[in-house]
Design a protein around this ligand. Structure first.
Ligand code: PSU
Ligand code: MN
Length: 306
């Protein structure tokens, strides 16, 4: 057994031994972000997309107290149907492991595990950020702090549109996190490819993204990069259509007194209901798109090791 408190799946271990690039994947999106069975379908397709891109997927979760880097299909299937899994961020991981429980990793916790396992690229849907009304609720995702301190390049479709995108960008700037739009000037907004905000940085190739990641390390800068990869145009729900839906979901959350960790899963579920499932179709499309780019970046990281 590994002296470090995590286990690599046989496939991930083989990739490590062979020097195959690896892409980390989170599990909260499976347990708290999408309903079954679409979550399982999504998880499988994301893994297949990473493989098609020449990298090995490593989905991360804590199962009965053990941190797993890479899940077998059987485990993935079980996790997708688990009702009581905890949602693990930086604050929760150690307690979950110490008490032998099962939990899914958020962006923050997945970054910690990936870094620990020597994986530098991670694909997800959207990162957590500053919630609307945070000036009153103080609800700011731990994902932002994690990006500031853990050296993993995270490929996402921008901050989730349920958030305050402008405040999220401000906090990321304060924390010194590079927000890099991929192939366009605007920050993408999760279900929509465009927001009204110009991204602080833009890169157009996976090669440059990998180079920038390594340059940060050479400069001794801690922390990762956020690659904001727009949802493909044919899958997006445009902003004008989505905004009233988000407003309504936010009102409902307030009426029902939803706070803390439950806010994001509640809002995603409510937007899903209010768009009659279209938000989920878009969510799956953007995750797949991010997985493909993450695989390219991971391959580039390996190529120019120097
Ligand atoms: N991306 C998705 N769906 C999700 C998430 C991301 O497409 O459910 C999850 C991620 O795990 C992210 C979390 O870290 O939502 C943010 O939660 P919070 O706002 O409570 O920090
Ligand atoms: Mn929160």
């Amino acid at each position: 057994m590994s002296p470090l408190p995590f286990i690599c799946s046989a496939a991930v271990q083989a990739a490590k031994d062979a020097g195959t690039p690896i892409v980390a994947l989170e599990s909260t999106i499976i347990t708290h972000g999408m309903p079954y069975p679409q979550n399982l379908e999504m998880a499988r397709k994301v893994e297949a997309t990473v493989r098609a891109g020449g990298a090995e997927p490593a989905t991360i979760a804590v199962l009965d107290g053990v941190l797993h880097v890479g899940l077998t299909d059987e485990v993935l299937e079980k996790l997708a149907q688990t009702k009581g899994a905890a949602k693990l961020s930086r604050a929760d991981m150690a307690v979950c492991m110490a008490t032998g429980r099962t939990g899914a990793t958020t962006v923050a916790a997945t970054m910690i595990a990936a870094n620990f396992a020597g994986i530098s690229v991670f694909a997800t849907g959207g990162i957590g950020g500053v919630h609307r009304g945070a000036e009153l609720s103080f609800d700011i995702s731990a994902d932002l702090q994690e990006l500031a301190q853990t050296s993993v390049t995270v490929v996402a479709a921008g901050p989730k549109a349920i958030l305050d995108v402008s405040k999220t960008l401000e906090v990321l700037e304060t924390l010194g996190v590079p927000v890099i739009a991929f192939g366009q000037d605007a920050v993408p907004a999760f279900w929509s490819s465009q927001s009204i905000y110009k991204a602080p940085l833009r890169l157009d190739t996976a090669t440059e993204i990998a180079k920038a990641h390594k340059m940060r390390a050479r400069l001794g800068l801690p922390g990762g990069q956020l690659i904001a990869n727009p949802i493909p145009a044919n899958a997006e729900i445009v902003r004008a259509e989505l905004e009233p839906v988000i407003e309504r979901a936010l009102q409902d959350a307030q009426t029902h007194g939803i706070i803390g960790k439950s806010v994001t899963p509640y809002l995603l579920q409510r937007v899903y209901e209010l768009t009659e499932g279209r938000s989920l179709t878009a969510n799956i499309a953007l995750v797949l798109n991010n997985a493909a780019l993450a695989a390219q970046i991971a391959c580039e990281m390996e190529d120019n090791k120097a």
